[in-house]
Write a protein that binds this ligand. Structure first.
Ligand SMILES: Nc1nc2c(ncn2[C@@H]2O[C@H](COP(=O)(O)OP(=O)(O)OP(=O)(O)O)[C@@H](O)[C@H]2O)c(=O)[nH]1
Ligand SMILES: [Mg+2]
Length: 228
């Protein structure tokens, strides 16, 4: 069993269509975790019979962690802004039977979905991740699956948009089994909550900090200063 988690903050333009499309491809249950939307997001979700819980106002990361605690099963989550290919959800659900983590690797950006400057910073972020952690993982993708066990093992701490990078880092350093599914990335509907300057900077520093933390830790482990 899988719970499909939908983080929302003022996504009234997309929530209805997203729920309907998910229903057309899978019977798995859904859970909306809402960031106290001021528009009709919650009303639309409830009207369609999808349960809604609320985050504590700290950001997308905290919202996902709240939903992970609430969900009894493995989880697949995706942004509710019309950017991700919902028709591929069954592949994500299936892959969780054999893998700890499933990541939608954005390989094709449709309809100028990201302006050139964002495309460049996106590529830079992935490049930095690869250099620091030695693995190619789309550390910014917002369409992923994770098993209940992997959620426990990762013990995630991020509140904001570093959550996907934290998952990618822990997938790499804990050597978790990973399935990558190539996906498209479409143009967003509604307004973005991601601030390229502040959130982008936080992600950069998060990756650098994690690198030093885990490398130092494994060095200390190697020399017997710490266990594990
Ligand atoms: N519950 C909750 N959801 C959030 C919060 N911030 C963002 N979200 C949702 O998380 C998803 C990702 O946010 P986006 O604004 O799409 O961020 P992004 O995908 O990095 O940026 P874009 O490429 O511009 O879409 C969307 O479905 C948002 O509605 C929050 O504080 N709480
Ligand atoms: Mg988005």
């Amino acid at each position: 069993m899988v719970t499909i988690v939908l983080p929302t903050k003022n996504e009234e333009e997309s929530i209805g269509k997203t729920i309907d499309e998910i229903r057309s491809v899978t019977k798995e249950s859904m859970l909306v975790v809402d960031g106290h939307s001021k528009d009709r997001t919650v009303e639309i979700a409830k009207k369609r019979g999808v349960p809604v819980i609320y985050d504590h106002g700290l950001g997308k990361g905290e919202a996902l962690r709240t939903a992970f605690t609430h969900a009894k099963d493995d989880v697949v989550f995706l942004d509710v802004d019309g950017t991700y290919p919902i028709n591929l959800l069954p592949e994500f659900i299936d892959a969780l039977k054999t893998h700890d983590v499933v990541v939608g690797e954005r390989t094709k950006f449709l309809h100028k979905s990201l302006p050139r400057i964002f495309l460049v910073s996106d590529a830079v972020s992935r490049g930095i991740f690869r250099i620091l952690f030695g693995k190619r993982i789309d550390n910014l993708s917002g369409m992923r699956g994770i098993t209940k066990n992997a959620i426990k093992k990762m013990s995630l701490k991020s509140n904001g948009f570093t959550i996907e990078s934290e998952m990618a880092v822990k997938t790499a350093v804990y050597n978790m089994s990973l399935k990558k599914i190539p996906i498209t990335y479409d143009m967003r509907k509604g307004s973005s909550k991601f601030n390229p300057l502040t959130d982008g900077t936080k992600i950069f520093f998060f990756l650098m900090f994690s690198f030093f933390y885990y490398k130092l830790h494994s060095l200390m482990n190697f020399f017997g200063f710490v266990k594990n």
